[in-house]
Design a binder for this molecule. Structure first.
Ligand code: NAD
Length: 261
């Protein structure tokens, strides 16, 4: 167990990629804080399962990633309850698909807040403790859309490109403190986020469900396969290991070759 006694906060981990990351870190011995929305009974089931499966402490924090004060409080509360925040995974994210001229302003603000600004608030709160202990790992779930654009995703593409800029900057600021700061950039991973954008894409582009899956989603991915949540989680575990201590300020693709072309 490479991460025994480390403490990890994973935002947006009540579902999808974040939950897989939290479970993978716990499997390596890290205590974890999960965060995100959902039915209280479902969240409690996931939290308890992490404790039962991996014999670590798992806490839940319902901080809203649009609220800077709640994000800072999540970091402080974790430090008080579990002694530290050694690993921060900025993963919470939402999507909205629309031509720019119709893009709802409140959706733009929400996507920028959750997908980008939340990572700033969390890093701002977590970095001092990491510096003090001389060890830290910050990993943000960006996207292939941090490197390339697709039509109708103006807010998402903007936020993910911004997340990369934040990552590079904080990597430079923390490089001599034993802290690494990286982005991982998945292509399409089969999660509720991808499934939920299919109806809008069908409407916006006038396509059937099968056409959206094969001609829009998997069209971009040369392997013609979805990335799995477990593959993304394994990537995060590697970045937390000692073997990755010279990997910092990077934007690492896990996209079946999408951005190679
Ligand atoms: P998901 O919808 O399954 O999970 C999103 C998580 O974020 C959930 O836990 C949700 O409750 C949480 N969340 C949403 N709004 C929140 C808020 N205001 N405050 C706190 N938590 C909030 O989605 P996913 O596909 O697992 O996406 C996770 C991350 O991966 C996102 O940043 C997404 O952009 C990125 N990503 C996903 C894919 C993909 O194909 N699924 C590809 C590249 C990048």
């Amino acid at each position: 167990m490479t991460l025994a006694a480390k403490v990890a906060v994973v935002t947006g981990s009540t579902s999808g990629i974040g939950l897989a990351i939290a479970r993978a870190l716990a499997a390596e011995g890290a205590h974890v804080v999960i965060n995100g929305f959902g039915k209280p009974e479902d969240i409690e089931k996931e939290r308890a399962a992490i404790e039962a499966d991996f014999k670590v402490t798992a806490r839940y924090c319902g901080a809203d990633m649009t609220k800077g004060d709640q994000i800072a409080a999540m970091i402080t509360e974790t430090q008080t309850a579990l002694g530290a925040v050694d690993i921060l995974v900025n993963n919470a994210g939402i999507q909205f698909v629309s031509p720019v001229e119709d893009f709802p302003i409140d959706k733009w603000d929400q996507i920028i807040a959750i997908n980008m600004t939340a990572a700033f608030h969390a890093m701002r709160a977590a970095v001092p403790g990491m510096k003090k202990r001389g060890w830290g790992r910050i990993i943000s779930t960006a996207s292939a859309h941090s490197k390339v654009a697709s039509p109708f995703k103006s807010a998402y593409v903007t936020a993910k490109h911004g997340l990369m800029g934040l990552t590079k900057t904080v990597a430079l600021e923390t490089a001599t403190h034993g802290i690494t700061v990286n982005c991982i950039s998945p292509g399409y991973v089969w999660t509720p986020l991808v499934e939920s954008q299919i109806p809008d894409t069908m409407k916006t582009r006038g396509l059937t469900r099968e056409q959206v899956i094969n001609d829009v989603l998997l069209e971009a991915q040369p392997t013609k396969q979805f990335v799995t949540q477990e593959e993304v989680a394994a990537f995060v575990v590697f970045l937390c290991s000692d073997g990755a201590k010279q990997v910092t300020g990077a934007n690492l693709s896990i996209d079946g070759g999408w951005t190679a072309g």
